[in-house]
Ligand binder design. Structure first.
Ligand SMILES: Cc1cc2nc3c(=O)[nH]c(=O)nc-3n(C[C@H](O)[C@H](O)[C@H](O)COP(=O)(O)OP(=O)(O)OC[C@H]3O[C@@H](n4cnc5c(N)ncnc54)[C@H](O)[C@@H]3O)c2cc1C
Length: 363
């Protein structure tokens, strides 16, 4: 069994595969070894091959939250291609399970076509289903963790399939155990969501509400909310659109920082100098008595304008938080711009910005 699995895996194995085209930012070099894996068995065989060859491993989904080093990755990249969606009833809910390789937005569309509420505000986000629990993907006031029922994953330590319920995923803001203390330990193979048949859509954002009103939707359906979310995202180049150069990004490059009350008072004092009549510093209390600030606001008020150019990369003309590849950008330029932004925000407000994407092959 073991040997035939290895033989099958060798047939999937490719060498020196350029990674830039497999990512939305489009920078970086090749993977020394690469395999598309459509089954758990193929993934497991890939893991044991990498171990036997003493090679580092990287798991790729849709490549929408990664920055690949210009020198590429010297190990094995396994791209998760496990497909399939099915629905089961669970008392008043529907449990929808998708393979980790399903495109996320197609999955969201599938749930909305079946009138299942819970993921509508997460429309238009690129990537695959398997990556969404990693950073507890969220947008417009909705997060993966609100409806996620369970995660099935391959444990690279034991080579067994394991299951985590919602609580066991240890979700936080753009965080989970998979991106945190267990980073690199699990390959997510399948994800289940508990959704509400015929449920009301979540409309928690003023901008979303306004767009719905503009469309004449006062009691919006799930499908109308999905359309409005995509329309709002498109205005900010936050949907992948080959005709919009501003969407060659990883989405938001920085997380919104959370600071202590004391640090917040310091930021507020400095911000006072920048605020125009009637303008306030965006700040949201967190559950643990801290304050979440808007990274976009801090960046713009630190003097980094939208559309800033740095060599072949820059910031989006539509969103202060997105670093974009303007054509033939490199990972080095992306990192330089990242550091420039971090330095300006640190020097202006004393706040440290943490990048959101995962860096591959960069040490
Ligand atoms: C235009 C744009 C808009 C975006 N908007 C949002 C947004 O609104 N909200 C938001 O939260 N994010 C957003 N993102 C970021 C990104 O789309 C999400 O983080 C998405 O979930 C990443 O999925 P992916 O399949 O592309 O993951 P990848 O980029 O391929 O991988 C990201 C990380 O997850 C790991 N990973 C991927 N699949 C698996 C798996 N099956 N098992 C284990 N590890 C895995 C990788 O190793 C890597 O560490 C946006 C990105 C872009 C380009």
């Amino acid at each position: 069994m073991h040997h035939s699995g290895q033989d099958q895996f060798r047939q999937l194995l490719r060498e020196n595969v350029p990674l830039a085209p497999l990512t939305t930012l489009g920078v970086g070099g090749p993977a020394r070894f690469f395999a598309d894996c459509a089954t758990v068995e193929a993934l497991a065989a890939g893991v044991s091959w990498a171990r036997a060859e003493a090679l580092p491993l990287f798991v790729l989904g849709g490549g929408s939250n990664v920055v690949v080093a210009d020198s590429g990755f010297t190990g094995l990249v396994l791209r998760v291609m496990i497909g399939g969606i099915d629905v089961a009833a669970d008392r008043q809910h529907a449990v929808v399970t998708a393979g980790a390789g399903e495109p996320w937005d197609g999955f969201v569309a599938y749930t909305i076509e079946r009138d299942l509420a819970g993921l509508e505000c997460l429309s238009g986000i690129p990537g695959r289903v398997g990556a969404t629990p990693m950073q507890n993907v969220g947008a417009y006031g909705q997060e993966t963790s609100e409806t996620l029922a369970s995660v099935e994953a391959l444990d690279l330590q034991t080579a067994e399939l394991v299951r985590f319920d919602n609580r066991e995923c240890e979700f936080g803001y753009r965080a989970s155990r998979f991106k945190g203390r267990d980073q690199g330990r699990y390959i997510i193979t399948r994800v289940s969501y508990r959704l509400q048949p015929g449920g009301a859509p979540a409309v928690r954002y003023a901008e979303l509400e306004r767009t719905l009103a503009d469309h004449g939707a006062t009691q919006p359906t799930l499908a109308q909310v999905r359309d409005a979310v995509i329309a709002v995202r498109r205005r900010k180049a936050m949907v992948i659109d080959p005709t919009d150069a501003d969407s060659r990004s990883v989405g938001s490059f920085f997380m919104n920082p959370t600071v202590t009350q004391e640090a917040f008072e310091g930021v507020r004092a400095i911000a006072g100098r920048f605020l125009r009549e009637g303008e306030t510093l965006p700040a949201f209390p967190t559950a643990d008595q801290r304050v979440k600030l808007s990274a976009a606001w801090l960046i713009e008020h630190a003097g980094i304008r939208r559309g800033t150019v740095h060599g072949n990369v820059g910031t989006s003309t539509k969103h202060a938080l997105a670093i974009i590849n303007r054509g033939s950008g490199t990972a080095r330029e992306v990192l330089e711009l990242c550091r420039m932004i971090q330095t300006r925000v640190r020097e202006t407000f004393g706040v440290e910005l943490t990048p959101e994407p995962v860096f591959v092959g960069l040490t």
